[in-house]
Design a protein around this ligand. Structure first.
Ligand SMILES: *Cc1c(COP(=O)(O)O)cnc(C)c1O
Length: 428
């Protein structure tokens, strides 16, 4: 039998860090990454034959669970007809129609191959449409690894951003400003400091990438008003929240209108697919209708569109979102009972089927509120859960995700394991 340890050693010889994406390397929790072999419904199995209840769901896409029969069937059928044409197909029209029907602010959408590609394309479009270069993002939000997003705050609110990764030109980073999530004043200050220069404000409407952090009441509406006053576009990055929190994503749940929406994860049903869309007037600027260039050999890929359509159709049945929220609520109740038995400072935050258990007093409203967060304790919790057959995200500042495949029994098992694991963390 091949072990995860053996595979990780082999991987490190030919893949940087042994992984295809950094968080998979377990740097935040220590130990050897688990190599998976298969998944079905709410469960995954590793190469050593151990089974886990999966609370990661490939970081969000698997809202129906692993290997959902309708998704598998759609992909297999599409593969038999040919995997790529580099030419238009009916399926991409159908998926774009489904997206436009569900997402309140999306009239037209362009399909791409990842959330990263969708976000950087949306930003290019916002710059091309407004004729402006600056962008405002929020500390702790993630929009993929496009150069303009790998930027951290300078020393003051109005100073220029600086690259958070070597390889990002300082001249480009200087055009990205970091504001504080849930703090409209921090956005206003940047907009007023650079009048007529900001192309867009981009935000995760519910943050998933510093753990689950919901917007304060009025925050998203306030961003809408600030953007309108300053002629900037509001880009909602709904790569996580889109089709997860409501049929029309966070913009439906919170009643906010985006100019552009970035999509990924759920919309691809577990295959590589992203999309960006919005007002027809703005999308009319995208090539070949307009001058803003963006293209892709595998864009609108038949396998990915088949998986996306099957997933969105399955989510279209009545009651799907109530069910997802009910699962989240059941887990929250169980975890809160476990938290009540612990003396550790803990904070549980949830919106629908996404949630995070922070080892901090909370409430967590922005990256600032994570100063006292005990990521070392999260690492202990993670391994204690792993030993109990529950796979949590291998990093504190990530949300975990439930799917329609998680049964009440699965959820009670997770809550029970969290209770035991918290006891272990406290005793350590
Ligand atoms: C995952 C994610 C992305 C990037 O998507 P990839 O498909 O990983 O490139 C962008 N924005 C948000 C909010 C995400 O969670």
């Amino acid at each position: 039998m091949t072990t995860s340890k053996e595979l990780f050693e082999r991987a490190q010889r030919v893949i940087p860090g042994g992984v295809s994406s950094p968080v998979r390397a377990f740097k935040a929790v220590g130990g050897t990454p688990v190599f998976f072999r298969s998944g079905r419904g709410s469960r995954v199995a590793d190469v050593e034959g151990r089974e886990y209840v999966d609370c990661v769901g490939s970081w969000g896409p698997l809202i129906l669970g692993h290997a959902h029969p309708e998704v598998v069937e759609a992909v297999v059928e599409a593969a038999r007809r040919g995997t790529t044409f580099g030419a238009p197909t009916e399926a991409e029209v159908e998926l774009a129609e489904l997206i436009a029907r569900r997402m309140p602010s999306v009239e037209k959408a362009r399909l791409v191959s990842s959330g990263t590609e969708a976000a950087l394309s949306a930003l290019r479009l916002a710059r091309g449409f407004t004729g402006r270069d600056r962008v405002i993002k929020f500390e702790g939000c993630y929009h993929g690894h496009g150069d303009s997003f790998l930027v951290k705050a300078g020393s003051g609110a109005l100073t220029f951003g600086t690259p958070s990764s070597p390889g990002v030109p300082a001249a480009l980073a200087a055009l990205t400003h970091n504001a504080r999530f849930n703090d409209l004043d921090s956005v206003r200050a940047i907009l007023e400091g650079h009048p007529g220069e900001v192309a867009a404000v981009i935000v995760e409407p519910v943050v998933g990438n510093m753990g689950c952090v919901p917007p304060r009441p009025g925050f998203l509406q306030g961003l809408r008003e600030l953007c309108d006053r300053h002629g900037a576009l509001l880009i909602l990055d709904e790569v996580i929240t889109g089709f997860r929190l409501a049929p029309g994503g966070a913009q439906e749940l919170y009643g906010v209108r985006a100019d552009l929406t970035v999509m990924g994860k759920v919309v691809g049903g577990g295959l590589p697919l992203g999309a960006y869309g919005g007002r027809a007037e703005i999308l009319a600027r995208v090539a070949p209708e307009g001058p803003v260039y963006q293209a892709g050999t595998l864009s609108g890929n038949p396998l990915a569109t088949a998986a996306g359509i099957a997933t969105l159709k399955a989510l279209g049945r009545p009651g799907a979102y109530e069910e997802l929220d009910g699962k989240g609520r059941r887990l929250e109740e169980g975890v809160r009972r476990a938290m009540a038995r612990s003396s550790l400072p803990l904070c549980f935050q949830r919106v629908g089927s996404m949630a995070t258990l922070f080892f901090a007093r909370g409430p967590v409203e922005s990256l600032d509120s994570l100063g006292d967060c005990r990521t070392d304790r999260y690492a202990k919790l993670f391994h204690a859960l792993l030993r109990r057959g529950v796979y949590f995200p291998p990093a504190q500042y990530e949300a975990f995700f439930l799917s329609l495949a998680h049964s009440d029994e699965d959820i009670d098992r997770i809550a029970q394991a969290v209770g035991e694991a918290l006891g272990e963390v406290e005793g350590a």
